[in-house]
Design a protein. Structure first.
Length: 206
């Protein structure tokens, strides 16, 4: 997955709480195991009218938020079912960071595994950032993962907490497979010793 270090972008304000994963990507779009192509269905119930046309009142249908890489929301973002398609759709749209007071646990974990940084900040701070975001292109927000700060357009820095292991994984672009491949030398060495010690076992080599 792509590394995450410093991100500067307009931020899309979504002043809603309990945004469940069926709002993020409805179940009827879960017929694929591909991670690409889901961004067009992101927030489908709010983003489109019944006739399929865009809802001009929805933030991601408005400039400059069509190109937002940061989303700011309220409490309990990502609740509902555990579908991993939710972070896939967000990432395919271009969202790399979500800021909210808290997140549903499974969505929170899935976000890290897919290269999205979920940042927990207080409701009051999220509201301040939403006010900043509403200024559009003139008020870009910066996420500095190495320093663990969100930088407001006025220069104020807001610290956030993150698990050191997850921080390391994002900074280095390592998903679960990538973490395992870091130890490929040790794995190969172990398997070679096992083949020597248990020569009667069939070889698994391709």
């Amino acid at each position: 997955m792509d590394k995450f270090d410093t991100l500067t972008s307009v931020a899309a304000p979504l002043p809603m709480q309990n945004v469940d994963t069926d709002k993020v990507i409805p179940a009827r779009f879960l017929k694929t195991i591909k991670r690409s192509g889901l961004g067009v269905h992101l927030f489908d119930p709010m983003r489109y009218k019944p006739d399929g046309s865009e809802n001009p009142d929805f933030v991601l249908n408005q400039d400059p938020f069509r190109k937002a890489q940061i989303l700011i929301a309220h409490e309990n973002f990502g609740c509902g079912s555990s579908r991993e398609h939710a972070p896939w759709a967000l990432l395919d749209f271009g969202i790399r960071c979500i800021i909210a007071p808290d997140f549903a646990d499974i969505f929170y974990n899935n976000s890290f595994k897919n290269g999205i940084l979920p940042v927990r900040l207080s409701r009051a701070v999220c509201d301040q950032l939403m006010d900043d975001a509403r200024q559009g292109d003139n008020a870009r927000i910066t996420i500095d993962l190495e320093r663990q700060v969100v930088v407001r357009p006025n220069g104020d820095e807001i610290p956030f907490e993150i698990d050191p292991f997850r921080k390391h994984s994002l900074l280095n672009g390592l998903d679960d497979i990538g973490q395992t491949l870091q130890h490929v030398g040790a794995i190969d060495g172990y398997e070679a010793k096992q083949r020597q010690a248990q020569s009667w076992m069939p070889s698994t080599a391709a």
